[in-house]
Ligand binder design. Structure first.
Ligand SMILES: [Zn+2]
Length: 84
């Protein structure tokens, strides 16, 4: 429920501004961030052994097998990326 004050003052201005943003060519954006190949590693969630040798972001991979204990696990895309 908009209050009378909103209707008479801010709302028309906001609507105009939103329409302008939609029509005006959008702000410039960078859509690709380049990263030099870097080795990444993570620990097996079962045995804790350090698994390495991945040269790309492994997040989002499923059915990753531990080289040591054979446990199969997933790395959710929501896994945190820690810069060391
Ligand atoms: Zn393991």
């Amino acid at each position: 429920m908009p209050s009378p004050i909103d209707t008479m003052t801010a709302r028309p201005i906001d609507t105009e501004a939103s329409a302008g943003k939609a029509i005006t060519p959008s702000r410039l954006c960078v859509m690709h961030v380049r990263v030099e190949p870097a080795q990444v590693w993570f620990d097996c969630p079962r045995c804790g052994v350090e698994l390495e040798g991945y040269y790309s972001d492994p997040r989002g991979q499923t059915d990753v097998a531990c080289e040591d204990c054979g446990t199969v696990f997933d790395i959710p895309s929501s896994a945190s990326l820690v810069i060391t």
